[in-house]
Every structure is written in structure tokens, then in C-alpha cells.
Design a protein around this ligand. Structure first.
Ligand SMILES: [Zn+2]
Length: 499
């Protein structure tokens, strides 16, 4: 039986001496020197000449929020690239003029603005006076709302609710996000938009830190044939009792949509000053908040393990990481469960040693390096000493901790994230391009228990592939683009085909 597809004439990542690969029935049939592989050509085989361009395994974004990524393409007002507070307000004002109902902005980042302050209620009341409006900060842990939107907030004033400034944090923020939720059709369309966007970035699989009702939306997209990304879903840990009740364990689903585990939070974010720190934020503004107790987390850990599900715990600050490690020790988590710490931003060296003993996976986001270094948000919030220790990818790899890279959707895009990891502000953050690619492919597949099928280019594995515009061994990383993306041997993106 001849091959369905042959790519030839360029380096194949991770396979020494190979410059061609063949695909049959959605899987890699052969990898090796072109003369050998081209023998598998038949009359129907499509040929892709690489002309020196490298083939990588499809990128696997280990931690993202897929439907949010899709909504950002169409529904939300994009504020991440706003260069000032005034520009962010202009964009919201402009969007309000063209729609009825909620106006939702996402991704503002005051650390990049000349005004250097959070959006506030009074700003939003001026920009959007007649519709409910909120704007989520880039980290997703804090939002600013206008007066009409705040009327929906039923929580008492306190550490998560500041009505004067219009600031809602953590659970209080998520309540409002739910109140402003787009309709089901928009959400199903967002899955399709996210999948198209992912393909254009070379992403063929994601670990999705999902909302509790996202599975139904994915299923709808799957039925319509608009889901062309492998989604490994991690719903919120509150669903664990229901998942246990029906006996769903990790891997349940299909090759495109599977339940892998559940997600819990130990703290918030540095940007929203809710990450739990051992020492106060710079300027004496508290030490953030722990969102879970050690005993409760240990119980959750045991229950997840009994259910055969991974637990992925969000922990950013050193105090949150301490709590998570102590809970894992208390629960005596096993090495086979492959539990994950999400973000792991400010670990101490001894905490990293404990990550090794517990066989936890480090799920980290090199995108966060955009806020590290002189003049960056981490220096402003944490001071230069803690900034120099944040996101220590090198220290993680040096200990042999399994490292999975993801984007957290800030923004999605492995080429961007890897670019930051190669050239970071501080040495403990530096990794090579091939180590980064591994973390964004093999490492992420391992983190989702999918390394037998995905993450490397090898005979028998699924033919999820990316062709870059050059060879990273010869071309500066920042000049590379994604030329082609294949999912199971099917072309799901071609740069030439896009206008
Ligand atoms: Zn996240």
C-alpha cells in the first residue's frame, strides 16, 4: 500500500539523518532518508517538497482556554494590544456603538500603558454608558465593570469586590463573566474559530482548562466537523463528584476530544495581586490569597486519583506552591497519576526538588516572560530579586522535571512563546530552541497522557505535523513562520492559501 502523503527534502525534528516522512491512514508510515521514503510513493500520493524547511510535530499547547481564544477572534473587544488606557476605552466605545447588550473587553494590561493604572468603573461608565460592560485584565483574574454591569454583582463588598473602583477579582469576576455569557450558537462558532486560529499557529492539540459546560459545545462542533484540533479537556474540579458518579476516567472520549482530568486553583495571579506570596507585594500591598486549604486539596487529590483522573492545580506564588506540594505529600500522590502544577511561576529550589519527588509535571507558559525583566510588571509587583527567579524553565529541566509548555491564551502561539524562552531577561529562564520545541510537543503530550500517540514524529504515531518556513537550526527563530499544518495527515492550514 503506497503512502497518502510524503514530505521530503527538509530536516525532520527529533529524527537524526531523516529528511522525509510518509503518512498513511492518518499516521506516520515511515521517517528516514528521502530515497528510502520516496519508494513508498504511489500514483495517488501527494508530495510536499520541503526545500530545506523543517517539519516539527504539531504543537501541543498544554494549557489554554480554547473557547476564550475563539471568542477573542470574533466576540470580545480585543484590548491586549491597546497601547494606552485611552485607546482601550476608545475600542470599547467603538464596539458599543455597533452592538446591543453586553460589551466585553479582554486582555487589558495596565503595566504596558503610560497611565500605569487599572481600568476603573468611572472610565467604563464614560465609554459605555448605556450597556452593561466589563473588561477582563490580561491574566483573567480581575476585571473592571461599569455601573450597569456591577448591578449584576450580588457578592458583598470585600477583598474580591470593590464597587467604587468597579473591580471584581477571582470568583466575583467569574460570576459576572457567566452573567455576560454569549449564546450557545456563538459559543459553538467560537470552537470553530479557535480551531482555525490554532491551525494557523501550528497548534494541533491543546490542554483546555475548560468551563463546566464546554464539553457539550465541543461535541456540537465535532458533529458539525468544525473541530480540527485535539482537545484534552480539564473541567473545573467541582465537577469531580459527577465525573466519578458516571465513572469517567482519563482518556475517555475520542482522538479529537477527551476528558483528561480536572483543574483546581490554589491562588490567583501576580498581575491582579492575588497570587499567594510568602512575602508581601512590593509596596506592602498584602501577600495575595490562597484559594484552597491544604486538607481540602489533599482530599481532592485522592479523589481525582481514585477516579483515574489527573488533577491540574494552578499555583503561581511561592506560598501557593508550598500549599500544593504539602497537599500532594499529604495525599501521597502516586507517580503514575501524572498530576500537574499549572504555571509554577515562583518556586524555590527546594520546592522544585519536591516537585521531582512527587513526580509532578510542570505545566509552564513562556509567554509570561513578556512581563519579566527591567521595567516589567513582575519587577513592579515583586521587586527585582523575585523577578529574577520567576519562571525558571532551566532549573526545571536541569532537575529532569517533565516540562510542558503552553500559552494560557496570552496570546496563543508557540512561535511567540518559544521566542521568549530562548531570549529571556534572566539566565534561569533560558532554554534552547530544541528544548522549547520538545516542551511544546513531547512534553505537553506527556502532560496529557498522550505521548504514545502524539508529541514526536515516529512510525505509527498520529501524523500531526507542522512545516515551518525555514530550519530553526539555521534561521533565527524570530524570522520563522508556520507554512503548513497537518492534523492526522490532513492539511488544516496553508499559509499560501490565506489572503
Ligand atoms: Zn489558565
Amino acid at each position: 500500500m503506497p503512502a497518502d502523503l510524503i514530505l521530503h527534502g527538509g530536516p525532520i525534528f527529533g529524527v537524526e539523518g531523516a529528511d522525509a516522512l510518509a503518512v498513511r491512514c492518518k499516521r506516520v508510515l515511515a521517517v528516514g532518508p528521502a530515497p528510502d521514503v520516496l519508494r513508498l510513493k504511489g500514483p495517488e500520493t501527494s508530495l510536499v517538497p520541503l526545500r530545506g524547511r523543517a517539519v516539527l510535530p504539531g504543537f501541543f499547547d498544554a494549557h489554554t482556554h480554547f473557547i476564550r481564544v475563539g471568542l477573542e477572534q470574533a466576540f470580545y473587544v480585543e484590548l491586549r494590544t491597546a497601547k494606552s488606557l485611552a485607546e482601550a476605552l476608545d475600542r470599547l466605545r467603538g464596539a458599543a456603538a455597533h452592538r446591543e447588550g453586553w460589551v466585553v473587553g479582554r486582555g487589558w494590561d495596565e503595566s504596558r500603558w503610560p497611565e500605569k493604572r487599572y481600568l476603573e468603573r468611572s472610565d467604563l461608565d464614560r465609554a459605555v454608558p448605556r450597556q452593561p460592560c466589563y473588561a477582563m485584565r490580561v491574566d483573567g483574574h480581575m476585571l473592571a465593570a461599569n455601573t450597569l454591569a456591577l448591578a449584576r454583582c450580588t457578592r458583598p463588598e470585600g477583598e474580591f469586590v470593590d464597587r467604587d473602583l468597579g473591580h471584581l477579582r477571582e470568583d466575583a469576576a467569574w460570576d459576572l463573566v457567566r452573567a455576560a455569557r454569549p449564546d450557545r450558537e456563538t459559543l459553538i462558532e467560537a470552537v470553530a474559530a479557535a480551531s482555525r486560529h490554532a491551525a494557523s499557529l501550528g497548534v494541533t492539540a491543546v490542554g483546555d482548562m475548560a468551563g463546566s459546560d464546554h464539553l457539550g459545545l465541543y461535541q456540537a462542533a465535532l458533529r458539525r466537523g468544525t473541530l480540527n484540533t485535539r482537545v484534552f479537556v480539564y473541567p473545573p474540579a467541582d465537577l469531580l463528584p459527577s465525573l466519578r458518579a458516571v465513572g469517567l476516567g482519563r482518556g475517555f472520549g475520542s482522538s479529537l476530544l477527551a476528558i483528561q482530568g480536572v483543574k483546581a486553583f490554589a491562588d490567583g495571579s501576580v498581575g491582579a495581586r492575588t497570587a499567594a506570596l510568602g512575602a508581601p507585594y512590593r509596596g506592602g500591598q498584602g501577600t495575595g490569597q490562597l484559594l484552597v486549604e491544604r486538607d481540602a486539596l489533599a482530599r481532592l487529590w485522592r479523589e481525582a486519583e481514585e477516579a483515574g483522573l489527573q488533577l491540574a492545580v494552578h499555583a503561581i506564588g511561592d506560598r501557593a506552591i508550598e500549599e500544593v506540594l504539602s497537599a500532594a505529600e499529604l495525599a501521597r500522590v502516586g507517580p503514575h497519576a501524572r498530576h500537574r502544577i499549572e504555571h509554577l511561576e515562583l518556586p524555590s529550589p527546594s520546592q522544585l526538588d519536591r516537585v521531582v519527588s512527587l513526580s509532578l509535571v510542570a505545566s509552564m507558559q513562556p509567554n509570561f516572560l513578556q512581563w519579566s525583566g527591567p521595567g516589567g510588571m513582575y519587577v513592579e509587583r515583586l521587586g527585582p530579586e523575585r523577578d529574577s527567579r520567576i519562571d525558571p524553565h532551566r532549573e526545571v529541566l536541569a532537575r529532569g522535571i517533565p516540562l510542558a509548555f503552553g500559552s494560557d491564551g496570552m496570546p496563543m502561539g508557540p512561535l511567540y512563546g518559544i521566542g521568549l524562552a530562548l531570549d529571556p531577561p534572566h539566565p534561569p529562564q533560558r532554554v534552547s530552541w530544541s528544548e522549547s520545541v520538545r516542551a511544546y510537543t513531547e512534553g505537553a503530550a506527556y502532560a496529557a497522557g498522550a505521548e504514545k500517540e502524539l508529541g514526536t514524529i515516529a512510525r505509527g504515531k498520529r501524523a500531526d505535523l507542522v512545516v515551518l518556513s525555514g530550519d530553526p537550526a539555521r534561521t533565527p527563530w524570530g524570522e520563522l513562520e508556520v507554512d503548513l499544518t497537518f492534523l492526522g495527515g490532513e492539511r488544516v492550514y496553508s499559509r499560501e492559501a490565506t489572503p
